[in-house]
Design a binder for this molecule. Structure first.
Ligand SMILES: [Zn+2]
Length: 393
């Protein structure tokens, strides 16, 4: 067996084992299935807690003051992954935006259809009549992780005339379990000069609302962090991970245009931005801006972040995209080596195919094929993938 093939099959075996363990865990969790669990919200200045029978979640905001009695609708999104996995209905002891409740229920029906061995459709309810307390709000808050997609987004919407607001979440990528949480302050100081330059104010939400598998649930956590600020802003944005076309390849993935559309209420929504461009195209824009490249942080290695190791899967993929985008790998990696072996580490199965073709198409159009050694072999590998006939699935 080729070393690369061996590596991929090991990864698949591990994924299957994990899936099996998760299914077992989900079955155990389903002791509450069909029941209605009640949750209450407590607030102490900028710290907000969600408390219920089997679940307690914390949120703490920095960089902007929350009003008293925040809109409790945010809690729905953060509870939903646990509710869908366990099959319990959600009741919040506070007024909930009826549009949030209806959209949340629809989302649970979608996820039950997409992943029926993991999720159940549930109902969502609140108490009392919901209304927005604040009429005067800032126009927009943008989720910002320091990564490629959100850096592109804030560059596009930056205006020196009007102050922008960036929201960085601690608790998903940066978390206590793998010690990366300790490095979160470095992410804040690394990105601060860019935000200052483009007239953005940085805000932070720290939370422990994190559910496996993150690839599906991260959209819910991010939406809950944005909705926590819905008394202060008229809308929130999230940078698209993929284009609409790539969403059709990467299925099911938590941050997608279809389900993101339902992360919305009566007067606040998580709007998806940057859907027209692939990540390679976004990198070309970021490099062309002349200001943002040194502030990028996309590495997945907990002991290295917010620097970029240059060796993990995410760093390797970004190196290949940069080579296709600008014809070279810039000095933003600890290990900036680049050769055919790095390119060949890209996956061709699953969502990897979307990356390979976006890189190939961009490099081809911009005369950068020679800057990405081994790319054509990967494309050939993708061409061997058989597309299933939906009638035979
Ligand atoms: Zn890395």
């Amino acid at each position: 067996m080729q070393p690369l093939t061996w590596f991929r099959s090991l990864r698949k075996t591990n994924a299957k084992k994990k899936e099996k363990a998760n299914n077992k865990k989900n079955k155990r969790q389903r002791e509450h299935s069909g029941k209605t669990l009640t949750f209450s919200i407590t607030q102490n200045a900028n710290s907000v807690g969600i408390h219920g029978d089997s679940l307690s979640l914390q949120f703490a905001v920095e960089g902007i003051d929350l009003p008293q009695n925040v809109d409790a609708s945010f809690s729905v999104w953060s509870i939903l992954p646990a509710a869908m996995a366990a099959g319990f209905n959600v009741h919040i002891e506070h007024p909930i935006d009826p549009v949030v409740a209806a959209n949340a229920e629809q989302l649970t029906r979608i996820w039950e259809m997409w992943i029926p061995n993991r999720y159940r459709s549930v109902t969502v309810s609140g108490e009392g009549e919901w209304s927005r307390n604040r009429k005067q709000r800032f126009p927009r808050v943008d989720l910002y992780s320091g990564g490629v997609d959100s850096t592109y987004s804030i560059l596009q919407s930056a205006s020196l005339k009007h102050r922008g607001y960036a929201l960085t979440v601690r608790g998903l990528d940066y978390r206590d379990k793998n010690a990366s949480a300790k490095r979160f302050p470095e992410l804040i100081s690394k990105t601060a000069p860019l935000l200052k330059k483009i007239n953005y104010q940085q805000t932070v939400v720290r939370t422990d609302a994190r559910f496996d598998p993150l690839s599906i649930t991260h959209g819910f956590t991010l939406a809950s962090c944005l909705f926590l600020l819905s008394d202060l802003f008229e809308e929130g944005t999230i940078a698209a991970d993929q284009t609409l076309v790539q969403d059709m390849v990467t299925f099911p993935w938590g941050n997608n245009h279809l389900t993101n559309h339902y992360l919305a209420g009566s007067d606040f929504a998580m709007r998806t931005v940057g859907a027209d461009l692939t990540r390679t195209e976004k990198l070309a824009v970021i490099a062309g801006s002349g200001v943002a490249l040194p502030f990028l942080s996309f590495c997945r290695k907990p002991s290295i972040v917010p620097s970029n190791c240059g060796r993990c899967d995410k760093c390797v993929r970004t190196k290949v995209m940069l080579a296709a985008a600008i014809g070279r790998v810039p000095e933003i990696f600890i290990d900036s080596q680049f050769n055919k072996d790095f390119v060949k580490r890209l996956e061709t199965g699953g969502r990897g195919r979307a990356d390979v073709f976006e890189i190939y198409h961009y490099a081809l159009q911009h005369g950068h094929i020679d800057a990405v050694p081994g790319l054509l072999e990967l494309v050939e590998e993708c061409r061997q993938i058989e597309t299933p006939d939906p009638r035979e699935l």
